[in-house]
Design a protein around this ligand. Structure first.
Ligand SMILES: Cc1cc2c(cc1C)[n+](S(=O)(=O)[O-])c1c(=O)[nH]c(=O)nc-1n2C[C@H](O)[C@H](O)[C@H](O)COP(=O)(O)O
Length: 510
């Protein structure tokens, strides 16, 4: 049976709310209170806004026109979400889209301005480093997408510290070493990679690019680097795995669900699909307060990646899509994970040496020293600073080979990668730069970003006097300034403003 727009319109209240996604109708009435992003987002976005006033009137009077929610649904929800989480009885069938009222898109001057900036954006070849992509993305991305990707927690001190920490490490390069042939390939969790970085897990890829995370999959294949698949991806897990080619290696990033049966199903499915590593995110018992995200229009967006209870959706996309995450996750859960999968287990978001020791004692295969890109606890130290704390302690115990240590956060140059490897990291994760290059230029952008890092890597390895990554070691870096968190002493504005420079008395007499 094919439904008409008129029939859908009759179900336009909290008591009965039907919406259309990709030309099919769904009865979401019972789902409204369960939606992790709260009911408002479905009701609000589900409404075909003939005009803002119209929508406000209908919303205020509890009368809503359940309508085509496709455009708002796609960036936040993997395509298989409704099949996975909405009971089949609520799938009402196809809709004759010719009978659905077309929305009169009100002219949006902000969007027009953005389109003008896109028309004037630099060509890809004018991007010479990862920060260039950030500048273009900031100028061309939708405000809400930029807000979500670029935001850090609270005052974003840690987000900025992540990158500036690398500026506190200086090189002690060697000379007169034959560096004609450079090989910066390496292995990570046993996988051979062209260069010691991986694409780390970052949620909601379709906010930046309509294809989402599969763009990163294709670029990772081309450059033979590993991709970590996020739990909160816009694409479905299987779409991302299916987009991989040949023996391309992918890892799974896991937010642990309060409902361990859901988590077990996800982990065992990932293993059955050939995932080569399980990265359990341990620094997010609650997602951080990312105020740019909270201010953006996603103040009540939802995501039904996994069923959770209704959430306080005044906290932006991040908080809205993460209500399922279990804050009770603890060390006692590690044996359970080891019992449900054979994949190597890595703890992502470790931030002090005591927990690295515990991770080794718990028998996990790796840790990522990370503060989630500064999106969680503000004033957490940078991954590279924690690395400088951890490695000497492990070396003292002869434990440095008992676990693979990764870091992420603020990596924007190959020199950052080299500094991390000199200190003992196996590899580094990179997040935002690939989101920005993907958002601004699609896969060609990500390709160029990865190639730029390879070019920088070759040059900097040569200049530091090493021809392969196994030669990188702590004697090549000076980290004495790394733990200095002193901000510059506030400038003595008063003194400077009244200070009379010495003036020659004769001069004064004139
Ligand atoms: C930029 C970004 C990072 C996210 C991220 C989303 C974005 C847009 N998301 S989040 O929405 O929940 O915070 C995830 C995530 O899904 N899971 C996770 O483990 N880390 C998440 N991270 C953190 C990420 O894996 C790295 O730790 C961080 O991005 C590294 O810093 P740079 O971005 O500076 O490279």
């Amino acid at each position: 049976m094919v439904l008409t727009g008129k029939e859908i319109e009759e179900h336009n209240s909290r008591e009965s709310c039907w919406v259309i996604v990709h030309g099919k109708a769904y009865d979401v009435t019972e789902f409204l209170p369960e939606h992790p992003g709260g009911p408002k987002i479905i009701l609000k976005y589900a409404v075909r806004s003939i005009s803002k006033r119209h929508v406000d009137w209908h919303t205020a009077n509890g009368q809503l026109q359940g309508k085509d929610a496709t455009e708002e649904f796609d960036p936040i929800h993997p395509p298989d979400t409704l099949d996975k989480y909405l009971d089949k009885s609520k799938h009402l069938g196809d809709v004759d889209m010719g009978t659905v009222k077309q929305e009169e898109k009100e002219a949006d001057p902000e969007e027009q301005e953005r389109q003008d900036r896109i028309a004037r954006m630099p060509i890809l070849e004018q991007c010479y480093n990862l920060m260039d992509f950030e500048a273009v993305a900031k100028n061309t991305m939708k405000k809400t997408a930029w807000a979500y990707y670029s935001s850090g927690a609270d005052d974003e001190i840690t987000m900025r510290e992540n990158h500036s920490a690398f500026h506190k490490i200086w090189f002690r390069p060697r000379i007169l070493v034959d560096v004609e042939k450079i090989d910066f390939s390496t292995t990570m969790l046993g996988t051979k990679c062209d260069i010691p970085f991986y694409v780390t897990a970052t949620a909601l890829g379709k906010l930046g690019n309509p294809e989402g995370e599969v763009v990163l999959t294709r670029a990772a294949k081309k450059h033979n680097v590993v991709q970590m698949i996020p739990t909160l991806a816009s694409c479905s897990f299987d779409e991302i795995m299916d987009a991989a080619e040949g023996d391309q290696v992918q890892w799974m990033q896991l937010y642990v669900n309060k409902d361990r049966a859901i988590t077990k199903k996800i982990v065992q499915h990932a293993e059955s699909r050939g995932c080569k590593g399980l990265f359990i995110t341990v620094d997010a018992p609650q997602l951080g307060r990312r105020e740019k995200d909270m201010r953006s229009k996603f103040t009540d967006v939802g995501s039904s990646v996994q069923n959770g209870d209704s959430t306080d959706n005044s906290q932006g996309a991040a908080r809205a899509i993460s209500s399922f995450i279990d804050p009770a996750l603890s060390w006692k859960d590690i044996p359970w994970f080891q019992s449900i999968t054979k994949m190597p287990i890595i703890l992502k978001g470790v931030q002090r040496v005591e927990d690295v020791i515990r991770a080794i004692e718990a028998g996990v295969q790796g840790v990522v020293l990370s503060n989630h890109g500064g999106r969680q606890l503000d004033f957490a130290r940078s991954g590279v600073e924690v690395l400088a704390e951890v490695m000497p302690v492990l070396r003292e115990r002869n434990w440095e080979d008992r676990i693979e240590i990764y870091i992420d956060g603020g990596v924007r140059r190959a020199t950052d990668i080299i500094k991390a490897l000199c200190l003992g990291a196996k590899g580094v994760g990179i997040g935002r730069p690939f989101l920005y290059s993907m958002s601004a230029y699609g896969q060609p952008g990500v390709d160029r970003a990865m190639q730029l890092l390879k070019d920088e890597m070759e040059m900097n390895m040569r200049l530091i006097g090493c021809s392969s990554v196994d030669q990188l070691n702590p004697t090549l870096v000076d980290t004495r300034g790394l733990s200095m968190h002193t901000t510059g002493v506030p400038s003595d504005t008063l003194g400077l403003s009244i200070y009379d420079p010495l003036v020659n008395p004769k001069e004064k007499a004139k």
